[in-house]
Design a protein around this ligand. Sequence first.
Ligand code: NAD
Length: 359
Amino acid sequence: MSKQVLILPGDGIGPEIVAEARKVLEHVNSHFKLDLTLCDGLLGGAAIDAEGVPLPAATLALAKESAAILLGAVGGPQWDNIERDLRPEKGLLQIRSALELFGNLRPAMLYPQLADASSLKPELVAGLDILIVRELTGGIYFGEPRGIRTLENGEREGFNTYKYSESEIERIARLAFEAASKRSGRLCSVDKANVLEATVLWREVVERVSADYPDVELSHMYVDNAAMQLVKAPKQFDVIVTGNMFGDILSDAAAMLTGSIGMLPSASLDRDGRGMYEPCHGSAPDIAGQGIANPLATILSVAMMLRYSLAAPEAAQAIEDAVSTVLDAGLRTPDLYTEGSQRVGTREMGEAVLAALPQ
Ligand code: NAD
């Protein structure tokens, strides 16, 4: 039976990079006979301009019928001054929440060809391959009560609530253990159990779930130490699982170990493996429309989608190999450019990946 894939180009460089990823997806769809049907929708600023809201009902309906979603990025300065609830980023939070995409997988992998692009010494990062599993729909970003209130003495106070239920912790822990058992079998759970009660429970539940995964070696680390270890000796990690806020910060730090944000894909999954796939970077308004954005993170997001939601690991591998081939050939968008390599634009990079795929 045909599976539907929803494509949401979004804003800024979104349409440019998604156009290249779409060609790659169409090619593998036909080459590997995947029987995927692609459809398009609006999200973010593009949806605000056309429909007045960042997540139109029609987009959400298509998303609910789809096995997977490919997103470019949303946001841009032209929508920064509108009401908070109508901003492009709100559409992204709404779709993640409506589809219960609680598990965010962010690989931080350094292609050996790009070792020079990292801010760390090549020997510390060469061969780096970490997977950060971040809880995405709970924790302090969603906890109620929240707000800014005025105290009796007239001073204002900002407040948020950090909470996690046992079931929320258990489902993200299972996702992480599953991922770790398919990799090198090491999982590090990151918390702040020395200070925050919510993460005392986090640690307890992760320990309990670990009994079901005897093949995975579990360790725990406080978040401050994890931040330090990530820049000191990042290769000690395989899979890291953590809550929403810690994951947000640690995954950006891990991203920079690899040199370019333009190379990093991500997946956000629900309980059944349906997912939304997007590059880790934003809409890069500073370079939008210039044809110079790196499309590889979006193309690699297509590979993740084929692997995690569409049960097509061969097609996923073919795309990852094709990306490696173009990097071997020395092709670089400006964000990756170093002397001696061949500077190319968004479309040329996309075409090169397409040409390196099995024909
Ligand atoms: P950004 O990731 O868009 O850009 C940061 C820097 O990285 C910029 O200099 C940009 O040119 C560069 N960059 C990003 N992607 C690139 C690519 N593929 N190729 C080459 N260079 C690339 O982050 P920002 O500037 O903080 O945010 C811009 C907008 O994106 C904001 O409106 C923000 O809210 C939004 N945003 C959206 C998402 C998302 O859709 N998931 C994520 C982060 C930020």
